[in-house]
Write a protein that binds this ligand. Structure first.
Ligand SMILES: [Zn+2]
Ligand SMILES: [Zn+2]
Ligand SMILES: [Zn+2]
Length: 755
């Protein structure tokens, strides 16, 4: 007897070959009916023999395409409608979307073998893709995901491509960006204001220019990269100067895994990350020095080729290790429009390899690191955005606008928290524009009306994101304290908003409840019932305001605020520059000084004490310098960094005094830096155990930019390994401010998520 089922599949099921998969499955089991994409995912109607339907359903869940993420399957009995065959129906759009946009995928192995097969009609075609690979988020202009809603809408498929596109048995069946030499977009090379060659020739010539030591802007998936030979230290230096990059490290793209292994130490976990479909930049310990690539840094950021174009460049003998850094001027977001790239990068690069397929939105490369506590994302972008990252309580839509540094935003639709790509620092106009655009994009794609939205933002009144949020004509506005958001982001990711934890939020800066700058906070409680501040770093002063964050010496003067005469004497004996003494005077007179509990600034102060007396050119530079220095020495001692339970205070004074004494004794700076790291770890360990004991709590959450420090994490792992305390850190959510928007969304969901 015939029966019928109506099936609803939710999750990441569009743009990943799900409909063709269903089609082939229905054919295999001789079932009739249809499948379609709509705002809620994929809907299927099958009818036929009951036994065949059972087998169909079993294989549907067991054999779904690799890049699909099925969140839920609902199956209902329905009446047999007498369909003559099985068909893929047109997409519909009728309700608020809950389907998830797919992220961009690295070129798959099937496409790669066609790319290098001379008999294939796509031999050497740089835009080859299929339902299992290629661009998604970077070409989608609107939902549902269909060619007219992508940046491929301008190209009409040739007969051969159209045949594949309409053939359910083909692996390009409904591959929206499907194209070939005949009908699709191409690359062109521009040199000194002129277009000098096209198509495959342009790629071959680019490889040659890179070999000859030129800098080329190369259009990729989510924007332009600036590429040059990483082993040619002169051209790397030129790139650094032209980009006004300061000392910030450059990311590398290497020809293959073998080359990566020769460059950095790779564990099996790190190799798995490198070769995953996300193809992120992986930070790993450098094996050899590449001059000018990552000064004073123990790590190199390495990635493998991920677009067909990248593979073609190496095929044409581009240098095996390329600098592949965001195509921008220092600090600005990556350029992604051709005209913009030609304009903005003209003082930086010698040539442009321009691809015709437009990029719908800028998306940087994602960055990962494997630390003592496992794999963690440091920058969530290509390959990950805009996938959902957590489920939150309540049904109201929530927009969380994040913090101003390393901004990302989170939109919660029907309880699903969708996190945007990394958007950069909002003080840059271009980044701010991207921020506003991304909010607009996600809200309109998910059909969320502003007047129904709860907007969550940082407590900092001066943040650009705060001002933006407050001006939105939303249903309600919720300010969320920065460090609580750090802790809540980790709890949200683990679906543990009710969990009682100790929360340790250590970072550079965040606006506190009392209006001072926080950054060394210890909380007790849960996201659901509230995180109460139970301790913090002893308060220090920051002379000169924002400048203190760029000048570690000024921070050091601020940490010596309770012993000015002694500090002046030390400054003389260690021959500190004048800036230190000027800052000390400000501190003494309490002129232009701010109170802070920032552990990030304590790291800066320690770096200054050990010789970092200049200014920093990127956030976290002094701490990275200090970590690099510490790695040169074995652990020999630990300084006192006591936890005062009564005051709820970690006291940095004995720590700094002990460091000064060692410096005056002529102890090696590396050894002091090493001991400093261990002392911080022990301070955290002791305070957490004490709070855990007092409150009967067995889990600690570590979050905030300070926990990007791999050496500190090693030490913490060692210490906590001896205890019963469980340690949670962000995994798919950055511990830095890139994770703030999820924490804001989670805390807003708890208080305002339900009508
Ligand atoms: Zn493919
Ligand atoms: Zn074609
Ligand atoms: Zn922060």
């Amino acid at each position: 007897m015939k029966s019928a089922r109506r099936i609803r599949v939710r999750g990441v099921v569009q743009g990943v070959g799900f409909r063709p998969f269903i089609f082939r499955l229905a054919k295999r089991w001789d079932l009739n009916g249809w499948v379609l994409n709509d705002q809620n995912g994929v809907e299927v109607h099958v009818e036929g023999e009951a036994e065949a339907i059972q087998l169909f359903l079993r294989e549907m869940t067991a054999q779904a395409p690799a890049s699909a993420q099925v969140a839920a399957v609902e199956i209902k009995d329905t009446t047999v409608e007498g369909w003559p065959d099985f068909a893929i129906r047109e997409s519909t759009r009728d309700d608020r979307p809950t389907v998830h946009m797919a992220a961009d995928l690295a070129v798959c192995s099937a496409c790669l073998s066609e790319l290098f097969n001379p008999a294939d009609r796509r031999y050497l075609y740089p835009y080859i893709n299929c339902t299992e690979c290629g661009p998604r988020y970077t070409v989608i202009e609107n939902l549902p995901y269909d060619r007219p809603h992508t940046t491929m809408k301008a190209w009409t498929m040739c007969t051969a491509c159209a045949r594949e596109y309409h053939d359910p048995a083909d692996r390009r069946f409904h591959a929206q960006p499907n194209a070939c030499h005949e009908c699709g977009p191409q690359y062109t090379l521009h040199w000194q204001g002129e277009r000098i060659c096209d198509h495959v020739k342009a790629i071959e010539k680019t490889a040659q220019l890179l070999r000859e030591g030129y800098i080329v802007a190369i259009k990729g998936l989510g924007g332009y990269h600036l590429a040059c030979d990483a082993e040619n230290f002169r051209v790397v230096e030129i790139l650094r100067e032209r980009k006004r990059r300061g000392a910030k490290p450059f990311a590398l793209m290497v020809k293959d895994l073998q080359t990566a292994r020769s460059l950095v130490e790779l564990s099996s976990e790190e190799e798995a990350l490198l070769t995953s479909p996300v193809r992120p930049i992986v930070l790993a310990r450098a094996r050899r020095l590449l001059q000018n690539v990552a000064p004073d840094n123990s790590d190199l950021g390495v990635m493998l080729p991920y677009t067909p174009l990248h593979h073609l460049l190496f095929h044409y003998n581009a240098p095996p290790v390329l600098v592949m850094t965001s195509g921008n001027r220092s600090g600005e977001p990556i350029a992604y429009k051709d005209q913009e790239a030609l304009e903005v990068l003209k003082e930086v690069c010698d040539a442009w390899l321009i691809g015709e397929r437009p990029i719908a939105r800028r998306v940087d490369d994602s960055v990962f690191r494997v630390s003592a506590f496992g794999t963690a994302v440091l920058r969530r972008a290509r390959g990950l955005a805009p996938l959902p990252v957590a489920e939150l309580p309540g049904e109201r839509p929530i927009l969380a606008v994040g913090a101003d540094l390393k901004n990302s935003i989170t939109l919660v639709v029907k309880g699903q928290a969708i996190m945007s790509q990394y958007l950069g620092d909002l003080e840059h106009y271009e980044a701010y524009t991207a921020f506003a655009q991304t909010i607009h994009d996600l809200m309109s794609m998910y059909d969320v009306p502003l007047e129904e939205v709860i907007v969550a933002y940082d407590l900092h009144p001066e943040y650009h994101s705060t001002r933006f949020a407050r001006e939105l004509a939303a249903l309600d506005h919720v300010a969320v304290q920065h460090h609580r958001a750090h802790i809540a982001s980790v709890l949200a990711e683990r679906n543990a908003l009710d969990k009682q934890v100790i929360g340790v939020a250590f970072d550079g800066t965040g606006y506190g409840d009392d209006g001072t700058i926080w950054g060394g906070e210890l909380f007790v409680g849960s996201a659901a019932e509230g995180l109460k501040r139970h301790g913090h770093l002893r308060q220090a002063l920051l002379p000169g305001g924002d400048a203190a964050a760029r000048m570690p010496l000024q921070a050091l003067a601020g940490f010596f605020n309770e012993m000015p005469a002694w500090a002046a004497d030390i400054g003389k004996r260690l021959a500190f520059p004048e800036r230190f003494f000027t800052a000390l005077k400000l501190v003494e007179k309490r002129l232009r000084t701010f109170s802070t509990t920032s552990v990030g600034r304590l790291f800066d102060a320690a770096a200054a004490l050990l010789g970092f007396t200049g200014s920093i050119s990127f956030e976290g530079q002094a701490a990275i310098w200090l970590e690099h220095l510490a790695r040169s020495s074995p652990l020999e001692k630990v300084y006192p960094f006591p936890w005062d339970e009564e005051k709820g205070e970690l006291d940095y004074r004995p720590l700094l005094i002990a460091m000064v004494e060692d410096r005056l004794l002529g102890r090696e700076a590396g050894a002091i830096a090493r001991a400093f790291h261990r002392s911080i770890a022990e301070g955290i360990y002791r305070s957490v155990l004490a709070l855990g004991e007092a409150h009967g709590i067995d889990t600690v959450v570590l979050s905030g930019g300070v926990f990007q420090n791999a050496l500190l994490l090693n030490d913490l792992r060692e210490l906590f390994g001896k205890s019963q305390m469980r340690v949670w850190l962000g995994r798919g959510i950055p511990v830095n401010d890139g994770g703030i928007s999820l924490g804001q969304a989670a805390l807003a969901a708890v208080t305002h998520g339900t009508a």
